[in-house]
Design a protein around this ligand. Structure first.
Ligand SMILES: N[C@@H](CCC(=O)N[C@@H](CS)C(=O)NCC(=O)O)C(=O)O
Length: 393
């Protein structure tokens, strides 16, 4: 029953899937996207070069970290996993979804900044790492050229996430604040919601692993400023418990928390400041865009190139919003709305009293508006892409 994960150590989204497979003790091997199997079978099946992809023992191919996790959480792989990643408590589930979204999407600014703006510390490492994603048949010169081309694309992508010389100081100040808040929370809890990792931790490890802990420049910062966060990263990437500071016998770090502690509310407040204006502006822009494109067939994404990820295309059409006393612009990506819908859907399925509790908690953290951000059409996933659902549902 061996699964194959097509991914790379240097990849942000592979980190989410890999951490999940390791923590759940699932038997898998990781194979490079430079392999023949990936290039000649996975890419044609998925329709584009994208990692992570998971090939199940029966040959099914899954793309997307959340879909990979759901194969084990809510699909046929469920008997293979050790602990549920989705908490039963509606409050913890809502918080877990929030941090899944924030970790994979809201921490992209520091992730891209610390990767691409510290060439002196990072470049030799990244050159070597990116070579792992390429066919072994490439000569060193060809690999170097391929690195220059993909790193050039990534440097441009960083701008579309709001990383510019003007934003760099605020990105660094915010990241240090984030490390301090997360570290304070981890003083009493090995994971975000207590003794076991949840979907919130798997979201956070996306940005916190490949970019913010493996790359040399931010690694030093994390280890010096917030060693406890560094140990959480290591804990998230092992299959054994690795809970020295929490469990005397090294075995049982306990269950999930019952109540949301102030340290976690403080982390939620950080999300409100760092990410709420951005996701709110993106939803508003998406709704304007949908209103201007009323004829998009359900099951398609209405983009010129179906494999495009951002709604508003080129740089001119990036979405502008206020972030930490600056006006910045980023690309709106329907994938984020799809993750947000998961929070909304699970919340809507909870008893009314529990929904009220979640609302009260989110309001305390300044996050209540995120519970009501809806796109005019739902985002669905079809053919490994995000597409628009039917009109008027
Ligand atoms: N929503 C996807 C995103 C995956 C993704 O963006 N992966 C990056 C690598 S970390 C990629 O393959 N990018 C390909 C490209 O930009 O051409 C997931 O969570 O799996």
């Amino acid at each position: 029953m061996t699964y194959t994960l097509y991914g790379a150590p240097v990849s942000l989204y592979t980190g989410k899937a890999r951490a999940y497979l390791r923590k759940q003790g699932i038997d898998f091997v990781e194979v490079s996207p430079g392999s023949d199997r990936y290039l000649n079978h996975i890419v044609p099946t998925v329709g584009r070069w994208i990692i992570p992809c998971l090939e199940t023992p029966d040959g099914t191919i899954l793309q997307d970290g959340a879909d990979i996790i759901d194969h084990f959480e809510r699909g046929p792989g469920q008997p293979l996993r050790r602990h549920p990643a989705y908490p039963e408590s509606p409050t913890l589930l809502a918080v877990a979804h929030l941090f899944e979204l924030f970790g994979g999407e809201g921490l992209l600014r520091p992730a891209m900044h610390y990767r691409w703006n510290f060439d002196e510390e990072n470049l030799a490492f990244l050159t070597s790492e990116f070579a792992l994603n390429m066919p072994a048949s490439l000569s060193p010169e060809q690999a170097e050229q391929a690195f220059l081309s993909s790193s050039g694309r990534m440097r441009k992508a960083a701008v579309r996430f709001g990383v510019t010389p003007d934003t760099a100081p605020a990105i660094e100040a915010a990241f240090v604040e984030w490390l301090d808040l997360f570290s304070a929370h981890l003083a009493d809890h090995p994971y975000l919601l207590g003794g076991q990792p949840t979907i919130g931790d798997f979201g956070l490890i996306a940005a916190m692993w490949a970019h913010l802990f493996r790359d040399p420049a931010p690694r030093t910062l994390v280890q010096q400023r917030a060693p406890r966060v560094g140990r959480w990263v290591e804990r998230m990437t092992t299959s054994e418990p690795y809970v020295h500071e929490y469990a005397a016998d090294g075995r049982d770090a306990g269950g999930l928390i019952d109540d949301v502690p102030e340290t976690l509310v403080a982390m939620m407040r950080f999300v409100a400041e760092e990410y709420l204006p951005e996701i709110a502006a993106h939803v508003e822009a998406a709704n304007e865009w949908l209103a201007a494109h009323p004829d998009i067939e359900p099951g398609t994404n209405g983009l010129d190139k179906a494999s495009d990820r951002s709604l508003t295309g080129g740089r001119d059409s990036m979405v502008t919003f206020d972030w930490r006393r600056q006006r910045i612009a980023t690309s709106a990506m329907p994938y984020r709305f799809w993750l947000l819908q998961r929070l909304h859907d699970d919340l809507a399925a909870a008893p009314v009293a529990a929904q009220d509790d979640v609302r009260t908690l989110f309001a305390t953290a300044g996050l209540e508006p995120i519970l009501d951000l809806r796109t005019l059409r739902r985002v669905e996933r079809k053919g490994h892409l995000e597409v628009w659902g039917p009109i008027d549902v």
